[in-house]
Design a protein around this ligand. Structure first.
Ligand code: ACO
Length: 335
């Protein structure tokens, strides 16, 4: 690739604010061991997780996205009326109809801007990020809020130790706007492998199998996962997408300053960076504290990195995720 290619972003749209929100209530591994046949040792060594944040029953899930969005706006010194596009990535909507985005738009006071939900498993935030950037670049919007928000605690079976220990609740947000200069999106590789759609699902509650007494009694509204299959697929999918996005950007993997991976399992992250030969100090990991927050995981980790003052203008970030569907992908951007 020519040096010129490296200087010109594929999509000259920049992240100008980040925000995140985690519910107050913290559940430790020892708390889980009070009612499940598990242990802190098992969970830590298999997943890297020590704690997770959980919505309490009286909390409204959309509050997480609203808070994260407000924090991103405050950091970007913008008000809700400056935003004309809101994309919300989530797997489990506030209500089947009308979804989550209108609830967040209302809570933020967005006025008459466009809003929509994006569902692409845990990769949903990256899909939404790429869509928002493209729409801004094409002149369909001026400023976008992209929010990943997830409350999977309300869909896991708290009797199933193989799944419930893995997930946490939370939300993350980014504000995006067009900017002249070197910052922006350099490479995008969004992918899917629908032959793997059975690896992670909630079988009932959609139009294929609507809610009924039978579906409730059979436990079909809980998240079901084939952990081993996902584990095996995850590393290859994120590595492939990261290589493709880097090639599109005209960058080598060594030129990446920060990798912000979906936080599904510490062992998956370690295997990924080993395969890509990226030094561990360049990899953002917060799974120990927040567990797997699905679509919220990348924007929460990114926000923590930015607020810690670690990202410098001009640095190259690779955001990579995989999840239900199986949707996966990588977005590479220059800060
Ligand atoms: N505590 C104690 N024992 C447990 C627990 C637990 N919490 N969970 C499972 N076990 C037991 C199993 O029952 C099994 O027992 P058995 O051998 O007597 O049958 C044993 O531990 C081993 O179970 P495995 O499933 O083989 O454990 P593994 O090492 O594969 O780890 C895990 C399981 C952590 C789920 C791993 O497979 C994984 O992380 N997979 C990927 C999951 C993932 O990425 N999910 C999300 C992707 S999409 C999204 O983010 C929404």
């Amino acid at each position: 690739m020519s040096p010129q290619k490296k200087l010109t972003p594929l999509i000259p749209v920049k992240i100008t604010g980040t925000g995140s929100y985690l519910p107050e209530k913290i559940l430790t591994n020892d708390d889980l061991a009070q009612f499940l046949e598990t242990s802190d040792e098992w969970i830590r060594t298999r997943t890297g997780i020590r704690t997770r944040h959980i919505l309490s029953p009286e909390e409204i899930p959309a509050k997480m996205g609203i808070e994260a969005g407000q924090r991103a706006l405050a950091q970007g010194r913008r008000s809700p009326k400056d935003v004309d596009l809101l994309l919300v990535a989530t797997n489990v909507p506030e209500e089947p109809i009308p979804g989550t985005a209108p609830h967040i738009a209302l809570g933020l006071g967005l006025g008459k801007g466009a809003f929509a939900d994006v569902t692409a498993g845990c990769a949903g935030f990256l899909y939404a990020l790429a869509m928002a950037a493209t729409m801004i670049h094409a002149g369909m919007a001026k400023r976008a809020l992209v929010i990943g928000t997830e409350a999977l605690s309300r869909f896991v079976n708290w009797q199933d130790r193989a799944t419930c220990v893995l997930f946490g609740d939370g939300a993350g947000a980014v504000l995006m706007e067009a900017k002249k200069g070197k910052a922006g999106i350099l490479g995008v590789a969004l992918r899917g492998d629908a032959t793997k759609l059975g690896l992670l699902r909630i079988e009932a509650g959609g139009v294929r199998l609507p809610a009924s007494m039978e579906t409730v009694q059979a436990g079909k509204h809980f998240l079901e996962m084939e952990g081993k299959g996902l584990f095996r697929a995850a590393v290859g999918m994120m590595a492939e997408a990261t290589r493709a996005a880097a090639a599109q950007a005209g960058l080598t993997l060594e030129e990446i300053d920060w990798v912000v991976p979906h936080q599904a399992n510490l062992r998956i992250i370690e295997a990924l960076v080993k395969r890509l030969r990226i030094p561990e100090e360049k990899v953002v990991v917060n799974i120990e504290r927040v567990a797997n927050t699905s679509t919220a995981s990348i924007p929460i980790a990114l926000d923590e990195l930015v607020r810690a003052g670690k990202v410098e203008p001009g640095q190259i970030l690779a955001l990579t995720a995989f999840g239900a569907g199986a949707c996966y992908g990588t977005v590479i951007l220059r800060w």
